[in-house]
Design a protein. Structure first.
Lengths: 114, 112
């Protein structure tokens, strides 16, 4: 089945130690999104790629960066994680970037900071 | 800024009963979408309703949209224990870039 896969499902890192989360998709969608979701809160968009074009949300901390080497893969890099970055990170894809199509989500990576 | 607000925040019902969740938003929209999230999992798309539509059905789900009141409702009929999840509305603005703004969600518990 076509899907969005996030690895790992659980990630533990130390305060200040860089961490990379990965997302892959077999849907061949041209748009990929990264969301941060804290407990009992709504998902918050960090950034998205429309093909190779990177779009950063104004309030996304500089600590967060992303790479999309090809259509299928997208990475979230957190350069120096702080305790406040502990959250679920969700990757999603859509066909087209006009918001007229549903988004397809992976099961997320739950990040813990020690 | 938060676009969607949902009501109630939490809802507990018995299996077989209907569940209604409401969503209000602030600005003009292109469409409104409802998603379900099971505990510890990603979001699953349920229904998309466009701004020129008033009602949409999918199986046991019924969504209404009132653009004059900037509100939407999700009705789940004949609920099952497997419907236990959080439900989020999300809006895509007119002239948007594909960005969805999610509401805070309604946590639904269906007791067997």
């Amino acid at each position: 089945d076509a899907m969005v896969i996030q690895n790992p499902r659980y990630q533990v890192t130390q305060f200040g130690k860089p961490v990379t989360l990965s997302c892959s998709q077999t849907l061949n969608h041209n748009v990929m999104y990264w969301y941060q979701q804290k407990s009992s809160q709504a998902p918050k968009l960090l950034f998205h790629y429309y093909d190779k074009d990177f779009n950063n949300e104004a309030d996304t901390p500089d600590n967060f960066q992303s790479r999309r080497p090809n259509t299928s893969f997208c990475f979230l890099d957190i350069r120096s994680p702080g305790l406040g970055d502990a959250a679920m990170y969700l990757c999603a894809t859509s066909r087209g970037g006009t918001g007229t199509q549903p988004q397809h989500f992976g099961d997320g990576t739950r990040l813990s900071i020690l | 800024s938060q676009q969607g607000e949902e009501d109630p925040q939490a809802l507990s019902i018995q299996e077989g009963e209907n569940a209604t969740m409401n969503c209000s938003y602030k600005t003009s929209i292109n469409n409104l979408q409802w998603y379900r999230q099971n505990s510890g999992r990603g979001l699953v798309h349920l229904i998309l309703i466009r701004s020129n539509e008033r009602e949409k059905h999918s199986g046991r789900l019924r969504v209404t949209l009132d653009t004059s009141k900037k509100s939407s409702s999700l009705l789940i009929t004949a609920s099952r224990a497997a419907d236990t999840a959080s439900y989020f509305c999300a809006t895509a603005s007119s002239g948007n870039t594909g960005k969805l703004i999610f509401g805070q969600g309604t946590t639904l518990q269906v007791k067997p």
